[in-house]
Design a protein around this ligand. Structure first.
Ligand SMILES: O=C(O)CCC(=O)C(=O)O
Length: 292
């Protein structure tokens, strides 16, 4: 499924986009499940185990920002991450044994879908080695206008930046300018619906508000080499084991020397990244009145 060139690009840039990974039938099924979930949010008043809500959400006008852990919400999302096409790509990028770390589905509805401030996933969940990545499954045609994910090439080989701009507490966002990064260097992960982006756990990324009249659904799976162990611990070992996608489990963590900052003290506003980032002293992406 992946050429040598694509694997080389992933290693050098820190991200690639592969078209045609999700078939139209499964995508239609996912969109239907999603539409039903959004409809079901009319009775939901505040963030819960399934829903993360946009500001202004109401029963008359449901505004859902994220479906949390979709692989636990509906089998269509649990099955796809184990599909043959996807696992063959993961094998090429992460090796023969791979575990699911987590999943989320960020919606970005037309006009008001929220931005996600610049960050590195590694700042949220450091492991004993950095063979981790996030898969972004594009449920819609994705362009700059409807809020594509931007990455800064090569940053997966650099420092782990401070994500503690809330009086020293973790806030899930970094100071892009203080880090010496330039917006002009960032590149969008765009593609037709059914494409998948694969971004390294240490690459700097973020995305703007959806300013178009088209939705932008991005189904994210976070995955790791099976011998990468989370430094924040394993609350439930049986649950951890159950997330092995393929290959062999191991109790021998592989350690590599790479820069780590712990997400501690924990976020003032716990919950999703959107909530964590509200405590950040600085914001880089604009939010229009309609989205406030
Ligand atoms: O939905 C997006 O555009 C960005 C998602 C992301 O980086 C995250 O949720 O960690």
């Amino acid at each position: 499924m992946l050429s040598r060139k694509q694997i080389g690009e992933y290693k050098e840039v820190g991200a690639i986009v592969v078209e045609g990974v999700l078939d139209d039938g499964t995508r239609a099924q996912m969109k239907k499940v999603l539409a039903d979930l959004v409809e079901g949010s009319r009775t939901v008043k505040t963030h819960d185990k399934v829903y993360d809500l946009e500001p202004g959400h109401s029963s008359d006008e449901p505004r859902v920002r994220r479906i949390k852990t979709p692989h636990l919400v509906h089998p269509v999302f649990a099955d796809f991450v184990r599909s043959q096409k996807l696992t063959s790509i993961l094998r090429a990028l992460l090796g023969d044994s791979v575990r699911l770390h987590g999943s989320k589905l960020n919606l970005k509805a037309p006009r008001f879908g929220s931005p996600v401030e610049w960050h590195q996933d590694w700042a949220f969940y450091p492991h004993t080695n950095d063979d981790l990545l996030a898969i972004g499954v594009m449920l819609d045609d994705t362009s700059v206008e409807n809020g594509a994910l931007y990455i800064v090439p090569g940053t997966h080989l650099g420092p782990t930046y401070d994500h503690h701009g809330a009086d020293g507490r973790f806030c899930g966002a970094m100071d892009f300018e203080a880090a010496g990064l330039r917006i002009d260097d960032a590149i969008p992960c765009v593609g037709p619906a059914g494409s998948c982006s694969f971004h390294h756990v240490r690459v700097v990324h973020g995305s703007a508000q959806n300013t178009s009249n088209r939705s932008r659904g991005l189904l994210l799976y976070e995955v790791s080499a099976a011998d990468a162990f989370p430094l924040m611990g394993i609350p439930d070992y049986d649950e951890f084991r159950g997330r092995l996608l393929f290959g062999q489990e191991s109790i021998v963590p592989r350690m590599v020397d790479c820069p780590i900052r712990m997400p501690l003290p924990p976020a003032l506003n716990p919950g999703s990244i959107y909530e964590n980032q509200t405590a950040s002293a600085k914001r880089f992406f604009e939010v229009s009145e309609v989205a406030k």
